[in-house]
Design a binder for this molecule. Structure first.
Ligand SMILES: Cc1ncc(COP(=O)(O)O)c(C=O)c1O
Length: 400
């Protein structure tokens, strides 16, 4: 019998981390590699946020805090939900955690029993199914196709719900597609959920502020107040405020759920880093003007990548509403062969050959539950993106 737990054997390591590691190995071996795998903004954390953290250190805010967040930050989070989402919460309904990842993990650990099903629209963020497995539940992936711009339809949601369904995980704008649900599209889904009172909603709004053109972000409990009592609204400072390393995520929802999540956290990590909490407080309460400035840069990069990839025969690249990813389909390239004689049978074959022969690291679609596609993160410089897209064009042109 293995020394390791049976639960762990059902879980796979993060494929996005595997791609990043392989790219780093090739770089270390002297290869010219452009990484388009990273899930984080290339911008530095804004200075006012860094200054708040330094001030917190100097003021001795370096001790344990309340397990799920300092009162000032919880208050600021309540204000944020009211101001930006029209949602009214009190501090006892708020939890602060070590990154958005821990928020979701706490919620799943606090609620799942063996046999409980969690509906996850695919393509999905790689961690959802494995976190459900770790917590002892059963992930139920439902494929949202290119034809619906990678968005789940109400009929698909309806068909996936069983009496064992506990959660529906919702993510808009999405990692890995960048797809964002309009208010009407979301309302059509919440109408389905209103017919199934035993299903709870875990909405991962991590990319809320990374929304472009005239896309209007909205979140389930805002669109359908009838879901307020069974919705956990999750968010965090990692992506919008370029704070991935600081590790602060948060959520609001029913008090009993928040208390159960606190219990999980109290017996695992305790409080999130004290200094990071003060930094997050400044992020939420300080100036917000750089959000729009960053978005201008992201829109320019998105347009560059979509237009260069769309020129490739065999590649279809929808224009996403938000986040910093595109998720092109390579259906038209499957079955072709590289100059080295490698047959491209899967999107993993495509990503491997692209990395080995042309030095561009992307993440293959199978990792996100929908193939044949690949994910490009455009959170890198215009120059690197131009060069990488030229190389992808050159690679695809060699396929026969
Ligand atoms: C959709 C989504 N949710 C949550 C997270 C986790 O964010 P954090 O770095 O705050 O744990 C990520 C990070 O990649 C993400 O893409």
């Amino acid at each position: 019998m293995s020394f390791l737990s049976a639960t762990l054997s059902r879980v796979k390591p993060s494929p996005t981390i595997a791609v990043t590691t392989k790219a780093a190995e090739l770089k270390a071996a002297g290869r010219d590699v452009i990484g388009l795998g990273a899930g984080e903004p290339d911008f530095d954390t804004p200075q006012n946020i860094k200054d708040a953290a330094i001030a917190a250190i100097n003021a001795g805010k370096t001790k344990y805090t309340a397990v799920d967040g300092i009162p000032e930050l919880k208050k600021a989070i309540c204000e944020k939900f009211k101001r930006e989402n029209g949602l009214v919460y009190e501090p006892a309904q708020v939890t602060v955690n070590s990154g958005g990842k821990q928020t979701l993990y706490n919620a799943l650990m606090a609620t799942l029993n063996p046999g409980d099903e969690v509906i996850i629209p695919a393509p999905y963020w790689v961690s959802y199914p494995d976190m459900v497995l770790l917590a002892g539940g059963t992930p139920v992936a439902v494929e949202a196709s290119l034809e619906t711009s990678f968005k789940l339809t109400p009929d698909q949601l309806e068909a996936a719900i069983t009496e064992k369904t506990k959660w529906f995980i919702f993510n808009s704008p999405s990692n890995p597609t960048g797809a964002g649900y309009s208010r009407d599209e979301l309302k059509a889904l919440t109408d389905v959920l209103m017919r199934h009172p035993h299903v709870w909603v875990m909405t991962d709004d991590m990319y809320e502020h990374l929304a472009y053109d005239d896309f209007e972000f909205c979140t389930p409990a805002q669109v359908e107040p009838g879901l307020y009592d069974r919705t956990l609204t999750c968010n965090g400072v990692s992506k919008a405020y370029a704070m991935t390393g600081w590790r602060i995520g948060y959520a609001a929802g029913p008090k009993e759920l928040i208390a159960a999540m606190r219990k999980v956290q109290s017996q695992s990590t305790s409080n999130p880093c004290s200094v990071s909490q003060y930094a997050a407080l400044e992020a939420l309460t300080g100036p917000q003007d750089y959000l729009a400035a960053n978005n201008e840069i992201f829109v320019r990069r998105r347009n560059l990548v979509v237009s260069m990839l769309s020129e490739i025969e065999g590649v279809t690249c929808p224009v996403p509403e938000g986040a910093f990813y595109v998720y092109p389909s390579i259906a038209g390239l499957i079955g072709k062969t590289t100059p080295k004689g490698v047959k491209i049978e899967t999107d993993e074959d495509f990503a491997t050959a692209l990395l080995e022969d042309h030095g561009v690291a992307v993440v293959f679609g199978a990792a996100f539950g929908l193939s044949p596609n690949f994910r490009v993160s455009y959170a890198t410089s215009d120059e690197a993106l131009k060069e990488a897209c030229s190389r992808i064009q050159a690679f695809c042109a060699t396929l026969v």
